[in-house]
Design a protein around this ligand. Structure first.
Ligand code: NAD
Length: 453
Protein backbone atom coordinates (compact mmCIF):
# COMPACT_ATOMS: atom_id res chain seq x y z
CA UNK A 1 0.00 0.00 0.00
CA UNK A 2 1.23 3.52 -0.74
CA UNK A 3 2.34 5.81 2.04
CA UNK A 4 -0.12 8.56 3.01
CA UNK A 5 1.16 11.96 4.08
CA UNK A 6 -1.43 13.45 6.42
CA UNK A 7 0.36 16.72 7.21
CA UNK A 8 -2.07 19.56 8.03
CA UNK A 9 -5.12 17.34 8.03
CA UNK A 10 -7.63 17.67 10.83
CA UNK A 11 -9.85 14.91 12.22
CA UNK A 12 -13.04 15.53 10.19
CA UNK A 13 -14.67 12.73 8.23
CA UNK A 14 -15.00 13.14 4.44
CA UNK A 15 -17.13 14.89 3.33
CA UNK A 16 -18.35 16.92 6.26
CA UNK A 17 -21.20 19.43 6.05
CA UNK A 18 -20.98 21.27 9.30
CA UNK A 19 -23.93 23.16 10.74
CA UNK A 20 -22.69 26.63 11.55
CA UNK A 21 -23.78 26.49 15.18
CA UNK A 22 -21.52 23.50 15.87
CA UNK A 23 -18.41 24.94 14.35
CA UNK A 24 -15.39 25.48 16.55
CA UNK A 25 -13.94 29.00 16.61
CA UNK A 26 -12.20 29.64 13.29
CA UNK A 27 -8.49 30.19 13.03
CA UNK A 28 -7.09 32.68 10.54
CA UNK A 29 -3.85 32.12 8.68
CA UNK A 30 -4.05 34.84 6.11
CA UNK A 31 -0.83 36.29 4.83
CA UNK A 32 -1.03 39.60 6.66
CA UNK A 33 0.55 42.97 6.22
CA UNK A 34 1.61 42.87 9.87
CA UNK A 35 1.98 40.09 12.44
CA UNK A 36 -1.54 40.30 13.85
CA UNK A 37 -4.15 37.63 13.16
CA UNK A 38 -6.79 38.90 10.80
CA UNK A 39 -10.42 37.91 11.22
CA UNK A 40 -11.64 38.50 7.69
CA UNK A 41 -15.12 37.04 8.21
CA UNK A 42 -15.68 39.22 11.27
CA UNK A 43 -14.73 42.28 9.20
CA UNK A 44 -17.36 41.37 6.58
CA UNK A 45 -19.97 40.74 9.30
CA UNK A 46 -19.26 44.20 10.73
CA UNK A 47 -19.86 45.81 7.33
CA UNK A 48 -23.09 43.82 7.10
CA UNK A 49 -24.21 45.23 10.45
CA UNK A 50 -23.39 48.80 9.43
CA UNK A 51 -25.31 48.48 6.15
CA UNK A 52 -28.19 46.60 7.82
CA UNK A 53 -28.87 49.71 9.93
CA UNK A 54 -28.92 51.95 6.87
CA UNK A 55 -31.53 49.83 5.04
CA UNK A 56 -33.44 48.87 8.17
CA UNK A 57 -32.89 45.16 7.57
CA UNK A 58 -35.19 42.94 9.64
CA UNK A 59 -33.25 41.18 12.40
CA UNK A 60 -34.11 37.68 11.20
CA UNK A 61 -32.80 38.50 7.69
CA UNK A 62 -29.63 39.93 9.19
CA UNK A 63 -29.20 36.73 11.22
CA UNK A 64 -29.71 34.53 8.15
CA UNK A 65 -27.19 36.53 6.14
CA UNK A 66 -24.63 36.68 8.94
CA UNK A 67 -23.71 33.00 8.46
CA UNK A 68 -23.26 30.78 5.40
CA UNK A 69 -25.96 28.18 4.71
CA UNK A 70 -23.50 25.33 4.15
CA UNK A 71 -19.85 24.86 5.07
CA UNK A 72 -18.45 21.88 3.22
CA UNK A 73 -15.00 20.57 4.10
CA UNK A 74 -13.50 17.62 2.28
CA UNK A 75 -10.27 15.68 2.76
CA UNK A 76 -8.99 13.73 -0.19
CA UNK A 77 -5.88 11.75 -1.13
CA UNK A 78 -3.81 12.53 -4.22
CA UNK A 79 -0.98 10.51 -5.78
CA UNK A 80 2.08 12.78 -5.96
CA UNK A 81 4.85 12.53 -8.56
CA UNK A 82 7.19 10.91 -6.00
CA UNK A 83 4.86 7.91 -5.78
CA UNK A 84 3.52 8.83 -2.33
CA UNK A 85 -0.07 9.69 -1.49
CA UNK A 86 -0.77 13.03 0.18
CA UNK A 87 -3.95 14.23 1.90
CA UNK A 88 -5.41 17.63 0.98
CA UNK A 89 -8.10 19.76 2.54
CA UNK A 90 -10.73 21.42 0.35
CA UNK A 91 -13.57 23.80 1.11
CA UNK A 92 -16.80 24.96 -0.46
CA UNK A 93 -18.70 27.55 1.50
CA UNK A 94 -22.22 28.22 0.22
CA UNK A 95 -23.38 31.47 1.76
CA UNK A 96 -26.79 32.13 0.22
CA UNK A 97 -28.86 30.96 -2.78
CA UNK A 98 -32.00 33.07 -2.40
CA UNK A 99 -31.50 34.92 -5.70
CA UNK A 100 -30.10 31.99 -7.71
CA UNK A 101 -27.56 29.14 -7.68
CA UNK A 102 -24.51 29.54 -5.45
CA UNK A 103 -21.69 31.23 -7.36
CA UNK A 104 -18.09 32.05 -6.56
CA UNK A 105 -14.46 31.32 -7.19
CA UNK A 106 -12.08 28.59 -6.14
CA UNK A 107 -8.83 29.64 -4.53
CA UNK A 108 -5.78 27.38 -4.38
CA UNK A 109 -3.50 28.99 -1.81
CA UNK A 110 -1.22 27.83 0.98
CA UNK A 111 -2.97 30.01 3.56
CA UNK A 112 -6.55 29.12 2.55
CA UNK A 113 -8.73 28.91 5.64
CA UNK A 114 -12.36 28.41 6.57
CA UNK A 115 -12.56 31.99 7.86
CA UNK A 116 -11.37 33.45 4.53
CA UNK A 117 -13.78 31.36 2.51
CA UNK A 118 -16.72 32.35 4.72
CA UNK A 119 -15.84 36.02 4.19
CA UNK A 120 -15.31 35.62 0.45
CA UNK A 121 -18.51 33.56 -0.01
CA UNK A 122 -20.52 36.22 1.81
CA UNK A 123 -19.11 38.93 -0.43
CA UNK A 124 -20.22 36.94 -3.48
CA UNK A 125 -23.82 37.14 -2.27
CA UNK A 126 -23.52 40.92 -2.03
CA UNK A 127 -21.86 41.18 -5.45
CA UNK A 128 -24.49 39.18 -7.31
CA UNK A 129 -27.34 40.98 -5.53
CA UNK A 130 -25.77 44.38 -6.27
CA UNK A 131 -25.18 43.52 -9.94
CA UNK A 132 -28.73 42.17 -10.28
CA UNK A 133 -27.59 38.84 -11.66
CA UNK A 134 -29.54 35.72 -10.66
CA UNK A 135 -26.89 34.05 -8.51
CA UNK A 136 -26.20 33.58 -4.84
CA UNK A 137 -22.80 33.53 -3.15
CA UNK A 138 -20.17 30.84 -2.55
CA UNK A 139 -16.40 30.42 -2.42
CA UNK A 140 -14.01 27.57 -1.90
CA UNK A 141 -10.69 26.05 -2.72
CA UNK A 142 -7.81 23.96 -1.55
CA UNK A 143 -5.12 24.67 1.00
CA UNK A 144 -2.07 24.11 -1.17
CA UNK A 145 1.01 25.92 -2.43
CA UNK A 146 0.59 25.66 -6.20
CA UNK A 147 4.13 26.87 -6.84
CA UNK A 148 5.41 23.57 -5.39
CA UNK A 149 3.28 21.36 -7.70
CA UNK A 150 3.90 19.88 -11.14
CA UNK A 151 1.14 20.35 -13.73
CA UNK A 152 0.24 16.68 -13.37
CA UNK A 153 -0.10 17.01 -9.58
CA UNK A 154 -2.20 20.16 -9.98
CA UNK A 155 -4.52 18.29 -12.34
CA UNK A 156 -4.88 15.31 -10.01
CA UNK A 157 -5.59 17.58 -7.02
CA UNK A 158 -8.22 19.45 -9.06
CA UNK A 159 -9.92 16.29 -10.28
CA UNK A 160 -9.90 14.60 -6.90
CA UNK A 161 -11.24 17.76 -5.20
CA UNK A 162 -14.05 17.89 -7.78
CA UNK A 163 -14.83 14.25 -7.09
CA UNK A 164 -14.85 14.88 -3.34
CA UNK A 165 -17.30 17.77 -3.77
CA UNK A 166 -19.60 15.44 -5.72
CA UNK A 167 -23.05 16.90 -6.28
CA UNK A 168 -22.38 19.80 -3.91
CA UNK A 169 -21.61 21.64 -7.16
CA UNK A 170 -23.59 21.62 -10.42
CA UNK A 171 -24.78 23.98 -13.18
CA UNK A 172 -28.12 24.60 -11.49
CA UNK A 173 -26.82 24.44 -7.93
CA UNK A 174 -23.33 25.81 -7.30
CA UNK A 175 -21.01 27.11 -10.02
CA UNK A 176 -17.31 27.69 -9.23
CA UNK A 177 -14.96 30.00 -11.18
CA UNK A 178 -11.28 31.00 -11.08
CA UNK A 179 -9.76 32.98 -8.22
CA UNK A 180 -6.27 33.26 -6.73
CA UNK A 181 -4.14 30.28 -7.83
CA UNK A 182 -6.69 28.88 -10.29
CA UNK A 183 -7.27 29.54 -13.99
CA UNK A 184 -9.12 28.44 -17.16
CA UNK A 185 -7.19 25.14 -17.34
CA UNK A 186 -8.24 24.23 -13.81
CA UNK A 187 -11.87 25.08 -14.63
CA UNK A 188 -11.72 22.78 -17.67
CA UNK A 189 -10.37 19.92 -15.54
CA UNK A 190 -13.25 20.46 -13.11
CA UNK A 191 -15.80 20.50 -15.93
CA UNK A 192 -14.37 17.33 -17.47
CA UNK A 193 -14.30 15.49 -14.13
CA UNK A 194 -17.83 16.57 -13.29
CA UNK A 195 -19.12 15.54 -16.75
CA UNK A 196 -17.59 12.11 -16.33
CA UNK A 197 -19.39 11.56 -13.04
CA UNK A 198 -22.89 11.84 -14.55
CA UNK A 199 -24.90 9.58 -16.81
CA UNK A 200 -23.45 9.88 -20.33
CA UNK A 201 -26.78 11.15 -21.70
CA UNK A 202 -26.49 14.15 -19.36
CA UNK A 203 -22.83 15.00 -20.01
CA UNK A 204 -23.24 18.03 -22.24
CA UNK A 205 -25.84 19.61 -20.00
CA UNK A 206 -23.09 19.97 -17.35
CA UNK A 207 -20.85 22.40 -19.24
CA UNK A 208 -22.04 25.29 -17.07
CA UNK A 209 -20.82 23.62 -13.85
CA UNK A 210 -17.93 26.10 -13.87
CA UNK A 211 -17.26 29.44 -15.55
CA UNK A 212 -13.97 30.96 -16.58
CA UNK A 213 -13.28 28.02 -18.90
CA UNK A 214 -11.15 28.20 -22.03
CA UNK A 215 -12.94 29.33 -25.20
CA UNK A 216 -12.71 25.90 -26.83
CA UNK A 217 -14.31 24.20 -23.82
CA UNK A 218 -17.28 26.55 -23.45
CA UNK A 219 -15.76 29.70 -21.99
CA UNK A 220 -16.91 33.19 -22.89
CA UNK A 221 -15.16 35.84 -24.91
CA UNK A 222 -14.02 38.55 -22.53
CA UNK A 223 -14.12 36.47 -19.32
CA UNK A 224 -10.36 36.44 -18.76
CA UNK A 225 -10.14 40.24 -18.65
CA UNK A 226 -13.64 40.78 -17.20
CA UNK A 227 -12.71 41.54 -13.59
CA UNK A 228 -10.06 44.03 -14.66
CA UNK A 229 -12.40 45.49 -17.25
CA UNK A 230 -14.96 46.11 -14.52
CA UNK A 231 -12.32 47.78 -12.33
CA UNK A 232 -11.39 50.05 -15.23
CA UNK A 233 -15.04 50.96 -15.93
CA UNK A 234 -15.35 52.05 -12.30
CA UNK A 235 -12.19 54.11 -12.58
CA UNK A 236 -13.44 55.86 -15.73
CA UNK A 237 -16.80 56.61 -14.09
CA UNK A 238 -15.05 58.04 -11.03
CA UNK A 239 -12.78 60.09 -13.32
CA UNK A 240 -15.81 61.47 -15.17
CA UNK A 241 -17.48 62.50 -11.90
CA UNK A 242 -14.32 64.16 -10.65
CA UNK A 243 -13.27 65.78 -13.95
CA UNK A 244 -10.05 63.78 -13.72
CA UNK A 245 -8.37 63.33 -17.10
CA UNK A 246 -6.85 59.83 -17.11
CA UNK A 247 -4.51 60.49 -20.04
CA UNK A 248 -0.92 60.73 -18.82
CA UNK A 249 -1.75 59.54 -15.29
CA UNK A 250 0.03 56.85 -13.28
CA UNK A 251 -1.00 53.74 -11.34
CA UNK A 252 0.54 51.32 -8.87
CA UNK A 253 -0.80 47.76 -8.81
CA UNK A 254 -0.30 45.17 -6.09
CA UNK A 255 -0.57 41.65 -7.54
CA UNK A 256 0.19 40.90 -11.18
CA UNK A 257 -1.95 37.84 -11.82
CA UNK A 258 -5.25 37.81 -13.71
CA UNK A 259 -6.74 40.98 -12.24
CA UNK A 260 -3.52 42.97 -11.85
CA UNK A 261 -2.07 42.26 -15.29
CA UNK A 262 -5.28 42.90 -17.22
CA UNK A 263 -5.90 46.10 -15.26
CA UNK A 264 -2.42 47.33 -16.20
CA UNK A 265 -3.06 46.47 -19.82
CA UNK A 266 -6.49 48.11 -20.00
CA UNK A 267 -5.30 51.21 -18.16
CA UNK A 268 -2.40 51.57 -20.58
CA UNK A 269 -4.95 51.84 -23.40
CA UNK A 270 -6.41 54.86 -21.59
CA UNK A 271 -2.99 56.46 -21.28
CA UNK A 272 -2.41 55.44 -17.64
CA UNK A 273 1.01 53.90 -17.02
CA UNK A 274 1.74 51.42 -14.25
CA UNK A 275 4.89 52.65 -12.54
CA UNK A 276 5.12 50.16 -9.64
CA UNK A 277 3.88 46.67 -9.03
CA UNK A 278 4.55 43.68 -6.82
CA UNK A 279 3.53 40.17 -5.95
CA UNK A 280 4.29 37.45 -3.42
CA UNK A 281 7.96 37.52 -4.49
CA UNK A 282 8.63 41.27 -4.15
CA UNK A 283 8.07 44.74 -5.61
CA UNK A 284 9.37 46.72 -8.60
CA UNK A 285 9.27 50.26 -9.93
CA UNK A 286 10.01 52.08 -13.17
CA UNK A 287 9.33 55.76 -13.82
CA UNK A 288 8.71 55.04 -17.54
CA UNK A 289 5.89 52.61 -16.83
CA UNK A 290 5.89 48.85 -17.30
CA UNK A 291 5.08 47.22 -20.61
CA UNK A 292 2.03 45.32 -19.35
CA UNK A 293 2.15 42.73 -22.16
CA UNK A 294 5.81 41.89 -21.56
CA UNK A 295 5.44 41.72 -17.79
CA UNK A 296 2.32 39.54 -18.08
CA UNK A 297 4.19 37.17 -20.42
CA UNK A 298 7.07 37.01 -17.93
CA UNK A 299 4.62 36.13 -15.12
CA UNK A 300 2.96 33.45 -17.27
CA UNK A 301 6.32 31.84 -17.97
CA UNK A 302 7.88 32.23 -14.52
CA UNK A 303 4.96 32.29 -12.11
CA UNK A 304 5.87 35.72 -10.71
CA UNK A 305 7.42 39.11 -11.53
CA UNK A 306 10.74 37.91 -10.08
CA UNK A 307 13.61 38.26 -12.54
CA UNK A 308 11.84 40.76 -14.81
CA UNK A 309 14.49 43.11 -16.17
CA UNK A 310 12.30 46.16 -16.92
CA UNK A 311 12.25 47.66 -13.41
CA UNK A 312 14.29 48.23 -10.24
CA UNK A 313 13.58 46.20 -7.12
CA UNK A 314 12.00 48.13 -4.27
CA UNK A 315 10.77 47.27 -0.78
CA UNK A 316 7.10 46.80 0.11
CA UNK A 317 7.27 50.11 1.97
CA UNK A 318 8.69 51.89 -1.07
CA UNK A 319 5.92 50.40 -3.19
CA UNK A 320 3.21 51.79 -0.92
CA UNK A 321 4.96 55.20 -0.78
CA UNK A 322 5.24 55.55 -4.54
CA UNK A 323 3.49 58.73 -5.64
CA UNK A 324 0.87 57.89 -8.26
CA UNK A 325 -2.68 58.80 -9.23
CA UNK A 326 -4.41 55.46 -8.74
CA UNK A 327 -3.71 52.40 -6.59
CA UNK A 328 -5.22 49.06 -7.59
CA UNK A 329 -4.80 46.33 -4.98
CA UNK A 330 -5.13 43.08 -6.96
CA UNK A 331 -3.55 40.48 -4.68
CA UNK A 332 -5.19 39.27 -1.48
CA UNK A 333 -7.03 40.59 1.56
CA UNK A 334 -5.70 42.66 4.47
CA UNK A 335 -2.91 44.42 2.60
CA UNK A 336 -3.73 48.03 3.49
CA UNK A 337 -3.58 48.55 7.22
CA UNK A 338 -2.79 51.70 9.18
CA UNK A 339 0.84 51.80 8.03
CA UNK A 340 0.09 51.36 4.32
CA UNK A 341 -2.84 53.80 4.46
CA UNK A 342 -0.48 56.47 5.82
CA UNK A 343 2.15 55.72 3.19
CA UNK A 344 -0.13 55.80 0.15
CA UNK A 345 0.21 58.93 -1.99
CA UNK A 346 -2.62 58.48 -4.51
CA UNK A 347 -5.89 60.17 -5.48
CA UNK A 348 -7.99 56.98 -5.78
CA UNK A 349 -8.03 53.32 -4.72
CA UNK A 350 -10.00 50.82 -6.79
CA UNK A 351 -10.22 47.42 -5.10
CA UNK A 352 -9.53 44.71 -7.68
CA UNK A 353 -8.82 42.28 -4.85
CA UNK A 354 -11.39 41.18 -2.29
CA UNK A 355 -10.96 42.80 1.11
CA UNK A 356 -7.56 44.47 0.52
CA UNK A 357 -8.22 47.34 2.96
CA UNK A 358 -8.65 46.40 6.59
CA UNK A 359 -10.96 48.57 8.73
CA UNK A 360 -8.10 50.44 10.45
CA UNK A 361 -6.54 51.22 7.08
CA UNK A 362 -9.87 52.26 5.66
CA UNK A 363 -10.45 54.68 8.54
CA UNK A 364 -7.16 56.41 7.83
CA UNK A 365 -7.88 56.58 4.10
CA UNK A 366 -11.22 58.23 4.90
CA UNK A 367 -9.52 60.74 7.21
CA UNK A 368 -7.00 61.50 4.47
CA UNK A 369 -9.81 61.92 1.94
CA UNK A 370 -8.66 59.13 -0.36
CA UNK A 371 -11.75 57.56 -1.97
CA UNK A 372 -12.04 53.77 -2.20
CA UNK A 373 -14.14 52.07 -4.89
CA UNK A 374 -15.01 48.93 -2.94
CA UNK A 375 -14.40 45.34 -3.99
CA UNK A 376 -18.09 44.36 -4.04
CA UNK A 377 -18.57 46.91 -6.82
CA UNK A 378 -15.13 47.26 -8.42
CA UNK A 379 -14.32 43.60 -9.06
CA UNK A 380 -17.84 42.39 -9.88
CA UNK A 381 -17.11 42.37 -13.63
CA UNK A 382 -15.76 38.84 -13.19
CA UNK A 383 -18.94 37.32 -11.87
CA UNK A 384 -20.98 39.36 -14.35
CA UNK A 385 -19.23 37.84 -17.36
CA UNK A 386 -19.31 34.46 -15.60
CA UNK A 387 -23.08 34.86 -15.66
CA UNK A 388 -22.93 35.58 -19.42
CA UNK A 389 -20.81 32.44 -19.86
CA UNK A 390 -23.33 30.37 -17.90
CA UNK A 391 -26.21 31.73 -20.04
CA UNK A 392 -24.28 30.94 -23.23
CA UNK A 393 -23.68 27.38 -22.00
CA UNK A 394 -27.37 26.89 -21.16
CA UNK A 395 -28.39 28.12 -24.62
CA UNK A 396 -25.48 26.55 -26.53
CA UNK A 397 -24.56 30.00 -27.78
CA UNK A 398 -21.30 31.78 -28.41
CA UNK A 399 -21.50 35.55 -28.08
CA UNK A 400 -19.01 37.84 -29.84
CA UNK A 401 -16.63 39.87 -27.68
CA UNK A 402 -18.39 43.13 -28.63
CA UNK A 403 -21.66 41.87 -27.15
CA UNK A 404 -20.03 40.70 -23.89
CA UNK A 405 -18.06 43.94 -23.56
CA UNK A 406 -21.09 46.14 -24.27
CA UNK A 407 -23.27 44.31 -21.74
CA UNK A 408 -20.56 44.42 -19.09
CA UNK A 409 -19.98 48.13 -19.63
CA UNK A 410 -23.69 48.91 -19.23
CA UNK A 411 -23.91 46.77 -16.07
CA UNK A 412 -20.79 48.20 -14.46
CA UNK A 413 -21.67 51.81 -15.17
CA UNK A 414 -25.22 51.33 -13.94
CA UNK A 415 -23.98 49.71 -10.73
CA UNK A 416 -21.43 52.48 -10.21
CA UNK A 417 -24.16 55.13 -10.62
CA UNK A 418 -26.51 53.35 -8.20
CA UNK A 419 -23.79 52.93 -5.56
CA UNK A 420 -22.64 56.51 -5.93
CA UNK A 421 -26.22 57.83 -5.66
CA UNK A 422 -26.99 55.64 -2.61
CA UNK A 423 -23.81 56.85 -0.89
CA UNK A 424 -24.77 60.50 -1.39
CA UNK A 425 -28.39 59.95 -0.45
CA UNK A 426 -27.54 58.18 2.81
CA UNK A 427 -24.27 59.92 3.61
CA UNK A 428 -22.29 56.65 3.74
CA UNK A 429 -19.10 55.33 2.14
CA UNK A 430 -19.21 53.67 -1.28
CA UNK A 431 -18.60 50.33 0.50
CA UNK A 432 -21.59 50.64 2.80
CA UNK A 433 -23.63 51.87 -0.17
CA UNK A 434 -22.73 48.75 -2.19
CA UNK A 435 -23.65 46.54 0.77
CA UNK A 436 -26.83 48.56 1.32
CA UNK A 437 -28.04 48.07 -2.25
CA UNK A 438 -27.31 44.35 -2.09
CA UNK A 439 -29.15 44.05 1.21
CA UNK A 440 -32.17 45.93 -0.12
CA UNK A 441 -32.52 43.36 -2.92
CA UNK A 442 -32.21 40.45 -0.48
CA UNK A 443 -34.55 42.08 2.03
CA UNK A 444 -37.25 42.48 -0.66
CA UNK A 445 -36.87 38.89 -1.89
CA UNK A 446 -37.12 37.50 1.67
CA UNK A 447 -40.17 39.69 2.37
CA UNK A 448 -41.92 38.48 -0.79
CA UNK A 449 -41.05 34.80 -0.39
CA UNK A 450 -41.33 34.49 3.37
CA UNK A 451 -39.52 31.82 5.34
CA UNK A 452 -40.34 28.15 4.56
CA UNK A 453 -42.45 26.32 5.80
P1 NAD B 1 -4.03 35.41 -9.37
O1 NAD B 1 -3.66 34.16 -8.68
O2 NAD B 1 -4.11 35.41 -10.85
O3 NAD B 1 -3.05 36.59 -8.91
C1 NAD B 1 -2.83 36.90 -7.56
C2 NAD B 1 -1.66 37.85 -7.46
O4 NAD B 1 -1.50 38.24 -6.09
C3 NAD B 1 -0.34 37.22 -7.90
O5 NAD B 1 0.42 38.19 -8.59
C4 NAD B 1 0.31 36.88 -6.56
O6 NAD B 1 1.71 36.80 -6.61
C5 NAD B 1 -0.14 38.06 -5.73
N1 NAD B 1 -0.02 37.81 -4.29
C6 NAD B 1 -0.45 36.73 -3.59
N2 NAD B 1 -0.12 36.85 -2.29
C7 NAD B 1 0.49 38.05 -2.17
C8 NAD B 1 1.06 38.75 -1.07
N3 NAD B 1 1.07 38.25 0.15
N4 NAD B 1 1.61 39.98 -1.31
C9 NAD B 1 1.62 40.51 -2.56
N5 NAD B 1 1.11 39.87 -3.63
C10 NAD B 1 0.56 38.65 -3.43
O7 NAD B 1 -5.42 35.87 -8.73
P2 NAD B 1 -6.50 36.88 -9.32
O8 NAD B 1 -7.56 36.07 -9.93
O9 NAD B 1 -5.82 37.94 -10.08
O10 NAD B 1 -7.11 37.47 -7.96
C11 NAD B 1 -6.56 38.61 -7.31
C12 NAD B 1 -7.60 39.19 -6.38
O11 NAD B 1 -8.76 39.56 -7.13
C13 NAD B 1 -8.12 38.25 -5.28
O12 NAD B 1 -8.42 38.99 -4.13
C14 NAD B 1 -9.39 37.69 -5.88
O13 NAD B 1 -10.28 37.21 -4.91
C15 NAD B 1 -9.92 38.93 -6.57
N6 NAD B 1 -10.89 38.66 -7.62
C16 NAD B 1 -10.56 37.90 -8.70
C17 NAD B 1 -11.51 37.67 -9.69
C18 NAD B 1 -11.20 36.88 -10.93
O14 NAD B 1 -12.05 36.85 -11.84
N7 NAD B 1 -10.03 36.26 -11.06
C19 NAD B 1 -12.81 38.21 -9.56
C20 NAD B 1 -13.09 39.01 -8.45
C21 NAD B 1 -12.13 39.23 -7.50
Amino acid sequence: MSEVDTTNVAEEKTPVIEPTSELPPTSTEVSVSNDEKYEFFKVIQDYLDQAAKVVDLPEHVRDMLAQPKNEIIVHFPVAMDNGKMKMFKGYRIQHNNLLGPYKGGLRFHRTASLDDFKALATMMTWKCALMQIPFGGAKGGVKVDVSKLSDAELMRITRRFTHALGNNIGPEYDIPAPDVGTNAQIMVWIMDTFMNQVDHTQKNAQRGVVTGKSLTCGGSQGREKATAQGVVHCITEWAKDNRFDLEGKTAIIQGFGNVGSFTALLLSRLGVSTIATGDHTGYMRTSEGFNAHKLADHVKKNGSIKGYVGGESISREEFFSTKADIFIPAAIENQIGEVEAQLLDVALIAEGANGPCNPAGERILAERGIPVIPDVLANSGGVTVSYYEWVQNLRSENWPLEKVDARLETKMKDAYRRVSFFAQEHGVSLRIAAYGLALEALKTAYAERGIFP
